[in-house]
Design a protein around this ligand. Structure first.
Ligand SMILES: [Zn+2]
Length: 282
């Protein structure tokens, strides 16, 4: 188990950690000095061989007294999105092994909650069975941000076609507003900018609160530089504005943070620091 929030268990379901991209491309606003800063403040997110950004791909399994919820479904197997070699037609058991380690089978999951509809958050929504994409979690309702569905559904690419449409076709999808509440313990926080409908996820029980960032930020270096948006942020200006207010509110509340793409253990807290924030790892 990763952490307990009151009597709620949160498990990490890790799929991979790969060196994906040159940090100067990943954060277009980062200059050479910024890279030095990252090398000193977040060295474990940089591959020692290539200098590329090491990006964990992981979901989080939440066991509340009411529901078993998977937040984000990683890249998945057999998918044909081909921008990154490491994500193309994967055939890997690590994600499923993570569920088993948490004592869960796919049939046990009540809800799959996607923070947004990007390739590394929807993959295990579906699996390939006899040449057809079918929902991986047969008894789950899939909660998808309505604004993301409207955006990506308007011009479906391979990710939407392989990992979202089959869930809708099976009648298992629900399109939710970005402040949706799922049972008594889990709620969505609107964090638009990375995608139009992007959400972060709040878990609360008995006075304890943990927040899953999703892709409102990709690295602890963005605590120090909330203005650095990611290359693939849909609206970089909105993303930066959202990131700063998200950092401020989670910092003020003293929330435990689960950084979806932060270096393992991806667990810590935000604190005020100079004109921005800092990351203190647990
Ligand atoms: Zn992501």
């Amino acid at each position: 188990m990763l952490i307990r929030v009151g009597n709620i268990e949160v498990w990490r379901i890790l799929e991979s950690v790969d060196a994906l991209m040159d940090p100067l491309k990943f954060f277009p606003d980062m200059c050479g000095d910024g890279l030095s800063e990252m090398q000193s403040l977040v060295p474990r997110q940089l591959c020692p061989d290539t200098g590329f950004i090491l990006l964990p791909i992981q979901g989080f399994l939440i066991k509340t007294p009411q529901h078993i919820i998977l937040v984000d479904a990683c890249v998945g197997n057999d998918k044909t999105y081909d921008n990154f070699d490491k994500w193309y037609k994967r055939s890997d058991g690590r994600f499923m092994a993570g569920l088993i380690a948490a004592g869960i089978t796919p049939a046990d999951i009540d809800f799959v909650l996607c923070t947004h509809l990007h390739v590394d958050h929807v993959g295990w929504n579906t699996r390939l069975e006899n040449g057809q994409w079918v929902p991986t979690f047969p008894n789950a309702r899939y909660l998808l941000p309505a604004a993301d569905n409207a955006y990506f559904g308007a011009d479906p690419g391979v990710v939407y076609t392989e990992s979202v449409l089959p869930v809708i076709a099976a009648g298992q999808a629900e399109f939710v507003s970005s402040d949706h509440m799922l049972g008594d313990y889990v709620s969505l926080i609107p964090t638009p900018g990375h995608t139009p409908g992007h959400v972060s996820v709040r878990i609360a029980n008995s006075g304890h609160v943990a927040v899953i960032t999703g892709d409102v930020m990709h690295s602890p270096i963005q605590c120090y530089h909330p203005e650095w948006s990611f290359l693939y942020d849909y609206d970089p200006v909105q993303a930066a504005r959202t990131r700063r207010s998200f950092l401020a509110s989670c910092c003020d509340a003293g929330n435990v943070m689960l950084g979806s793409h932060f270096p393992l253990p991806s667990l810590g807290t935000f604190h005020e620091h100079s004109t921005a924030f800092k990351w203190v790892e647990k």
